[in-house]
Design a protein around this ligand. Sequence first.
Ligand SMILES: *[C@@H]1O[C@H](CO)[C@@H](O)[C@H](O)[C@H]1NC(C)=O
Length: 293
Amino acid sequence: MKIISILLLHVMLLKRMVHTKCRATKYPFSEVTRFKISDEQVPWTVCVPEYDPPEYNSKVLMNKPWADPPLEDVSFKPKWNELDGKINRKSHTGTYRILNERPLNPQGRTGIKGRGVLGKWGPNHAADPILTRWKMEQDKKVLNTTTNLPILQFCAIQRKDCKQWALPGGMVDPGEKVSETLQREFLEEALNSLDASKEQAEADSKMVRDFFKQGVEVYKGYVDDPRNTDNAWMETVAYNFHDEDGHHVGKFDLKAGDDAQSVQWMDVDKNIDLYASHSNFIKSVADRLKSHW
Ligand SMILES: *[C@@H]1O[C@H](CO)[C@@H](O)[C@H](O)[C@H]1NC(C)=O
């Protein structure tokens, strides 16, 4: 099974604090060193006369259909803070400022200008889907013996390189709640189930499409991502897609893929080792569904 080839792992901090991940000295996939600033100097409202960050725009972005053109391109007329055709240039954080025709990071200075490796100037929108089902044994919900609460399972992917578990997030177009890629994975799952008839496979495909139309918002906002710059940054919405009776996407046994990542249904528990903010997202789902945590 091919699992989410364009995976973007979001290193996030949910806490409302100054961004830190995007202020590590070296910018990812580059030799560019960020201009050093203190925590106090992060907000744009604080005057930092000596602030002179380097500019970095990755060559990778040249002529890519998913990326904006360079700002100098005369044909490029972005509508900041608006839905700009097929591109959502609105921020979940409110109206961002434009200075010298460039969007300004709503969380403040990052020590680097340009858009780095991010495709869009301004906000870059991702979604983190939290797919859940109940852990079942002989048609009964399995309870944790300590808390006596039913155990929830969520869809997790593991990167081969760093072995860390994460949510199967990805970049989204306006109006999408899950990436096309993730949805396609489940559609393939539906079509490939060997014991299913053609009719069953078609019904399952429709079920998958419908399942991803619902979803409850768990978090919406800025992401403290190492790729963020003064002029481009990541934002996400985390949605919970819960399969209460396990007859929808919960019926698919996710098997380890042979490509970049493996994927599985993982028991929800406070001890699971995930990126900090992903744990926070899952905890709020556990609270909402009154499951074991
Ligand atoms: C029950 O929950 C506790 C506390 O989180 C955990 O240490 C333990 O492994 C869980 N037991 C089972 C059977 O899931």
